[in-house]
Design a protein around this ligand. Structure first.
Ligand code: HEC
Length: 100
């Protein structure tokens, strides 16, 4: 009997989950900034994951972007020459920096 009640409960659970009210999903405007060196970011950073990884960090100081870029190179073996790493760091600091 207990099992039957449990099966009935599970079967009707999706119905209970329906909500009448309109659900508003918050819109967060955080567009990709196209800058002079965006092509470099596209070439070197998007081969493994989406741009969302970068956007989700929020505004960060240069030290953070320096750390992230070198983490990608050293830990994840991203094939990025040092001169481009610097330009990418500059791009991220300019467009996704917090002024520090
Ligand atoms: C060789 C593949 C590869 C390349 C190229 C790469 N990444 Fe990543 N990236 C990763 C992996 C793997 C993770 C970790 C994913 C996870 O933990 O789910 C990651 C995670 C991240 C994160 C999330 C925070 C963190 O520290 O884990 C950020 C931000 C990021 N990458 C930025 C970049 C940027 C900027 C570039 C270009 C300079 C880049 N990635 C290039 C593989 C790469």
């Amino acid at each position: 009997m207990k099992r039957l009640a449990l099966i009935a409960l599970l079967a009707f659970m999706p119905l209970m989950a329906q909500v009448e009210d309109k659900i508003e999903v918050p819109y967060i405007d955080f567009p990709i900034k196209m800058g002079e060196d965006f092509a470099l970011v596209q070439a070197h950073c998007l081969m493994c994951h989406s741009f969302g990884y970068i956007l989700n960090q929020g505004k960060q100081p240069r030290a953070h972007w320096n750390h992230v870029v070198h983490k990608m190179i050293n830990s994840f073996k991203a094939p990025i020459p040092e001169e481009n790493a610097k330009k990418i760091e500059d791009f991220l600091t300019e467009h996704y920096g917090n002024g520090e």
